[in-house]
Design a protein around this ligand. Structure first.
Ligand SMILES: Cc1cc2nc3c(=O)[nH]c(=O)nc-3n(C[C@H](O)[C@H](O)[C@H](O)COP(=O)(O)OP(=O)(O)OC[C@H]3O[C@@H](n4cnc5c(N)ncnc54)[C@H](O)[C@@H]3O)c2cc1C
Length: 284
């Protein structure tokens, strides 16, 4: 079990990892292999102290290397869900489970826009995990709604179980080499609903019914990540120690609100690590 699991590999998460290691905490950083950090998109940063006129990508790599050199461990992937247990947390990272005593939320400001009806159907015919739930749909008819080409990889696995699969792109991409029982549907899903026949996917053109629906995106909504978490709009309220309303869970960076700046993200990550270390010390 890790002392701290950090969700997000942008400046807030990596800064937290650096200080957490300096404070002797066993530290796991979870984030996509190719970080979707906003910093990677910034051509040049002029206002980060000590590193004038630095390319965003280089600054991000430097943060990551510093965290690595200090002994932070990394796990590629997205955290799909955090479950609060008795004094610890279970994190579902793609298809694996990790355990930690404290958690930092540092997922940046990007949020997925959910489909109408989606949230109410999670676990009731709508799933985000092919490995966890695919076996329920052996020989059945399912839909895959995917924002990225990675969803196409999961579709290969699902196509081996289900009889028929319809593949809808949530964002424009062309999946290659889909299996023979997968149909590419070039329509944009707008709403999901439960009917006695199954789960319906409605596009502008028509409504089709399935036994189950799998959704793949490269971001997770806050309400689905940690159900107990208090949110204000699309941001997470924190106190000056970066504590959220859930004991042992901290938040830092763009996900706590404006200003959306690297120095603020790094500073909040640093504070969160210190607060988490103090919390762990009081628990013995
Ligand atoms: C074009 C551009 C220019 C900018 N210029 C400047 C500038 O000049 N100066 C400045 O100070 N700021 C600038 N910014 C803003 C700055 O990049 C952000 O404020 C900063 O990156 C926020 O850091 P963060 O760690 O909070 O979030 P991010 O950098 O967005 O990192 C979040 C990370 O969390 C990961 N993640 C998300 N969900 C999950 C999950 N469920 N599981 C695991 N990982 C997850 C994401 O993939 C991402 O890697 C700019 C931003 C852009 C887009």
């Amino acid at each position: 079990m890790y002392d701290i699991a950090i969700i997000g590999n942008g400046p807030a998460g990596l800064s937290c990892a650096i200080t957490a290691r300096m404070r002797g905490l066993s530290t796991l950083v979870v984030g996509p292999q190719n970080s979707t950090s906003w910093l990677a998109r910034a051509e040049r940063i002029d206002n980060y102290p000590g590193m004038p006129q630095v390319a965003g990508g280089l600054l991000l790599k430097t943060f990551a290397q510093q965290a690595r050199d200090l002994g932070a461990e990394e796990k590629p992937g997205l955290v799909r869900q955090v479950l609060a247990g008795d004094g610890s947390f279970m994190l579902l990272v793609e298809n694996e489970v990790c355990e930690a005593k404290t958690v930092l939320l540092a997922m940046g400001a990007a949020r997925p826009s959910l489909l109408a009806g989606e949230e109410a159907l999670v676990g009731m015919g709508v799933s985000y995990c092919a490995t966890c739930d695919g076996h329920f749909y052996r020989g059945k008819r399912i839909a895959v709604l995917s924002a990225t080409a990675e969803g196409a990889e999961e579709t290969h696995f699902l196509a081996g179980l289900a009889a028929e699969v319809d593949y809808y792109p949530l964002k424009k991409h062309e999946p290659e080499g889909l299996p023979a029982n997968v149909t590419y549907v070039a329509e944009t899903p707008q709403a999901l609903a439960k009917t006695p026949e199954g789960v319906t996917v409605t596009t502008k053109q028509q409504t089709r019914v399935y036994d189950g629906v799998f959704i793949f995106r490269n971001a997770v909504s806050l309400s689905m990540l940690l159900s107990e978490l208090a949110v204000q709009g699309s941001f997470i309220p924190v106190d000056r120690g970066m504590r959220t309303n859930v004991p042992g869970v901290y938040a830092a960076g763009d996900c706590t609100g404006k200003p959306l700046q690297v120095a603020k993200a790094a500073g909040e990550g640093n504070i969160a690590a210190i607060t988490a270390a103090e919390y762990l010390a009081t628990r013995g």
